[in-house]
Design a protein around this ligand. Structure first.
Ligand code: ZN
Ligand code: ZN
Length: 341
């Protein structure tokens, strides 16, 4: 878009830097930071920004161009009064011919369940209508998300920056019955799932969020061997805590000791259904059993040691069944189920 209007140019550039959508407060800050404008000429330069957005948005009353046309540059997220604006055709307006910018422009990966849990937990503590992306907790969450082992290499300067975190919080507005507006229309199915799951259980959500946060400090071990991609995607507490759970069930000395005792007592079979891998599979199944760590992942605290009594030896089927429900079924409950069917 070619324009002689400096304000429009500044607004477009600021929106691009902010990922295509932003609150007015962030727009003001970004335009101010760019240092291109001499604000001393204006009594109220912020109103210039608002006016120029309204003139160039078919969502505003004073728009006088063609809807969807070249001059229809901005769209309102959730109606004019809410102060959140997006740049139409953000992708098209974003040049990708500049190689020095390719790293920055790389699309950020979609938000995973863990990340949404953390964003929703923050949402319930600070409604996005009352804070901006400059809020210290928003900034802090952005940093934390950058340190979580969820997406592999996150070499992208924009990855979960404060504005991205803030916009994600705004995405939840559309589900909130206490919110009068319409909310962002775009959003993922997973957002809805996470909202539905935790809207009536904010304490649980907060516990899980805290467990994820404290997991950043755990020592990470290689657990990829025991990871089931299906199960990981469905795990209601997200990938980080799923992996941590798997790690606790596989690698610790307590797990080895638990198995060793069972071997010595000739009891290496599923404690629930009595399945014996050696009996069924012969040599292939010798010494094989899975271990389930019974402490709920939402109660994970830093530096808690696994105790022998926290572990149950299970076959793979029973293990999956134990993971399926929240709160987790106990060994006895699953046994009862098995017997009653
Ligand atoms: Zn079993
Ligand atoms: Zn388990």
């Amino acid at each position: 878009m070619q324009t002689n209007n400096l304000w429009v140019y500044e607004i477009i550039e600021a929106l691009k830097k902010l990922g295509g959508q932003a609150s007015l407060i962030d727009l003001y800050n970004m335009v101010e930071e760019s240092g291109n404008t001499d604000f001393s000429k204006y009594i109220d330069w912020k109103s210039q920004i608002r006016k120029n957005i309204y003139i160039h948005s078919s969502n505003a009353d004073i728009f006088k161009y063609t809807v969807g046309g070249e001059m229809d540059l901005f769209y309102s997220i959730d109606g004019k009064g809410k102060g959140i604006w997006g740049l139409r055709n953000f992708e098209r307006n974003t040049p990708n011919d500049n190689t020095t910018q390719t790293v920055e422009k790389k699309r950020n990966p979609a938000w995973k369940r863990d990340e949404l849990i953390l964003a929703l937990d923050l949402y319930f503590r600070h409604n996005p209508n009352h804070i901006s992306s400059k809020h210290e907790e928003v900034v802090k969450l952005g940093k934390l998300l950058n340190s979580l082992p969820i997406h592999g290499n996150q070499a992208n300067a924009n990855f979960r920056n404060p504005n991205g975190v803030y916009m994600k919080m705004c995405n939840f507005l559309r589900f909130d019955p206490n919110y009068k507006g319409k909310g962002l229309e775009r959003g993922s199915k997973l957002e809805e799932e996470v909202w539905d799951k935790f809207y009536n259980d904010k304490n649980k959500l907060h516990n899980i969020a805290q467990s994820i946060i404290s997991s950043v400090n755990y020592e990470k071990e290689e657990v990829s061997k025991s990871i089931s991609i299906d199960e990981e995607e469905e795990f209601p507490e997200g990938k980080v805590l799923y992996r941590l759970h798997k790690q606790r069930e596989r690698n610790s000395n307590v797990v080895k000791k638990k198995k060793q005792i069972a071997i010595e007592e000739n009891k290496l079979k599923c404690e629930i259904c009595k399945f014996d891998f050696f009996k069924t599979y012969g040599d292939l199944g010798e010494g094989f059993i899975e271990c389930h760590h019974t402490i709920p992942v939402s109660n994970y605290k830093e530096n808690t040691k696994t105790k022998l009594n926290d572990l149950v030896l299970v076959c793979s089927n029973c293990h999956r069944m134990l993971h399926r429900k929240r709160p987790w079924l106990s060994k006895e409950q699953l046994q009862d189920l098995l017997n009653s069917n």
